[in-house]
Design a protein around this ligand. Structure first.
Ligand code: KG4
Ligand code: ZN
Length: 333
């Protein structure tokens, strides 16, 4: 028997989940809307809002899962990577909570957890599989050989795919985070209206910083001729940008699958909520005979459910940490 409470606070979502014998029975996520006015996450504000949110979110999760504090067997938390001030709130809370209740502590790597979110619902992937992890801070192609034996075989050399979405959105005067909005407008536009080049990067790596700059120059040039270019063509611009990002992501994923001879393919992280990526992956799977794994929406963007499931597998291995554990803004994979 194991009932694990998990806390995620690496960026701007305060989330608490409960995992009861490998099943997620609560996954409460408090989003922070305060950052919308600033075009990106302001670390100081994020940390302050985590402090306001953490106690009510814990209470809500316990109530949703219908468990009392006394029934808990362990406390799992995101140790990193992420914003230090944000992580500090979750880590400090987890430590004091575990100390007060005399429970073991489990440290979880946020990027491992995005991948392990695939072990929440059925069908679960079998090992080895390849996971494309695409979030606001990371873009990684990972060969997953067991729950904790993972190897990054390709990654971005600069911006993450989520940043490519968010920074494009900023150019288009859309609020943060722009990824979901680009997705929404893209559904109404023509993906082939405008063409943006594919960066020529070696091996299985990515680069999105030049891509973002090319969009910026494209928009500036168009606006010289028509100051209303963005508002008159928003759907087509979003559809074309999304189409290009998805093409870049899937092209390297296809190369990785071929190189490693693996046909079980998963996507994870916030950008895996993107409808263009989900559709593109499904089409590629049909063409190449892949078995694909796409997480439920609530487990794509940051959530404690994924921390709880990662914590569960560590609990089975009795992989605990002590009270001297500290948050890590950069954490070894
Ligand atoms: O995994 P996540 O919630 O946080 C990080 O660990 O970074 O990912 C957040 C990123 C943001 O860049 C956001 O714009 C992007 O995921 N995102 C999307 C969509 N939903 C979230 N990007 C494109 N389309 C979406 N539907
Ligand atoms: Zn994340």
């Amino acid at each position: 028997m194991s009932v694990i409470l998990a806390i995620e606070s690496s960026c701007d979502e305060t989330s608490v989940a409960i995992c009861n014998n490998g099943k997620i029975t609560a996954n409460v996520i408090a989003n922070q809307t305060i950052h919308q006015n600033y075009g990106g996450v302001i670390p100081e504000l994020a940390s302050r809002v985590h402090q306001q949110n953490i106690v009510p979110v814990i209470q809500q999760a316990l109530s949703d899962a219908k468990v009392s504090k006394k029934e808990l067997n362990a406390v799992a938390f995101t140790q990193g990577p992420g914003l230090l001030g944000s992580l500090l709130v979750g880590v400090s809370f987890a430590k004091s909570f575990a100390l007060a209740l005399d429970l073991p502590l489990i440290s979880v790597n946020h990027m491992h957890a995005h991948i392990l979110a695939h072990f929440i619902d059925d069908p679960k992937p079998s090992f080895p599989f390849i996971c494309l992890t695409v979030s606001g801070g990371h873009t990684q192609i990972v060969v997953v050989r067991s729950h904790f034996d993972m190897e990054i075989v390709g990654e971005t050399l600069d911006d993450a795919a989520g940043e490519a979405f968010d920074k494009t959105a900023k150019i288009l005067n859309l609020p943060y985070p722009g990824g979901p909005l680009i997705d929404k407008y893209a559904a109404l536009g023509n993906p082939l209206a405008y063409k943006f080049g594919e960066p020529q990067i070696k091996d299985l790596n990515y680069s999105f910083s030049g891509f973002k700059t090319s969009i910026l120059y494209f928009i500036r040039n168009q606006e010289k001729e028509n100051p209303n270019f963005i508002s008159e063509n928003l759907n087509d611009i979003c559809a074309s940008v999304q189409h290009s990002i998805v093409y870049i992501l899937l092209n390297k994923l296809k190369k990785a699958a071929k190189q490693y001879g693996i046909k079980d393919i998963a996507i994870a992280g916030g950008v895996s909520a993107n409808s263009g990526l989900r559709a593109g992956l499904t089409a590629m799977a049909e063409e190449l005979n892949w078995k694909v794994f796409i997480p439920a929406f609530q487990y794509c963007t940051d959530n404690a459910g994924m921390i709880a499931i990662a914590g569960y597998y560590k609990y089975l291995n009795k992989d605990f940490v002590q009270q001297d554990v500290a948050p890590l803004s950069r954490m070894e994979f």
